[in-house]
Design a protein around this ligand. Sequence first.
Ligand code: KG4
Ligand code: ZN
Length: 333
Amino acid sequence: MNILAFESSCDETAVAVVRDGREVLCSFVASQVDLHAVYGGVVPEVASRKHVEAIGPLTRSALEAIGTAPLDAVAATAAPGLIGALLVGVNFAKAFALARGLPFIPVHHIRAHIAGAYLTHPDLTPPFLALVVSGGHTLLMNVRDYTNMDVMGSTVDDAAGESFDKVARVLGLGYPGGPALSRLAERGDNSLYSLPRAMAGQLDMSFSGLKTAVLQQVHNAAQRGSPVDSASMAASFERAVCDTLVVRARQAFDELGAHALVLAGGVAANRSLRAALAAEFGEALRIPLWEYCGDNAAMVGSQAYYEALAGHTASMRCNARATADPSRPWEAL
Ligand code: KG4
Ligand code: ZN
């Protein structure tokens, strides 16, 4: 089954065609990062307009890339995300499906991030534990089956990626801060500054106190007239985030008696986090290829295949949603 998939939940417009959930026939991503960088963050209205401009030409590229290969279904990220941005992908996908007489499959963004690992590891099948770390989410998911999963733990305040972006801003790095902060951290001493590792109840996590602690130390140092060593602050912060994620992942892994841990989401591109989890979980760790960590449509096409097998297609009345529980099937939301 060849699925044409769209992703437009935030600041990347992406179109891909994926065969049987595992084989990427083509994948195109148009990033808007430069456009939003001048504002220090994503401007929703600007994002929507850019999606409208980009989605047509990207779709044309995808159709040219697959040549005469037939399409069997159309999918789009339908939640969660910026509502105006999501609507562009969902409406474009629905119109395409209607015009071609194909089924439409709405996909949850978090489920899609997890599916990025199926594209990279042909032997990976559920059940497994997934740690999804992105700009909007920090979730530990018990993935029982391709379309049946529960949230075991999550952040109670900022997402891990969001805390990277906020601390990067405090340190005067550009937007998006995560990659810049992690590059800076490579030159720093990760034990120079003492920062908190805040856990919330059970398997939950908290990152906003960590951000405040960095802010305070930076301000205090500036008031004393001796600015912090930015690279070492970045490294100390990164280590604190990794420590928290590793501890919680280990707890959830043991609780489940899991055999595999999937690391997914934009922050899965972080080298320190990959190394820390690899040291803890060894061969059990599965990470998507770098190009399937950040937002892309190939991961949407992969998850859509399994949603289609489970009968999760939707009518033309299907709408996008800004928030949605990844453990509920689409029609039950
Ligand atoms: O999954 P994603 O592309 O978009 C969302 O669904 O949110 O994740 C984007 C997030 C941003 O917060 C970005 O700063 C972070 O992932 N990120 C990183 C790295 N690359 C991207 N954070 C830390 N280290 C990185 N190398
Ligand atoms: Zn994402």
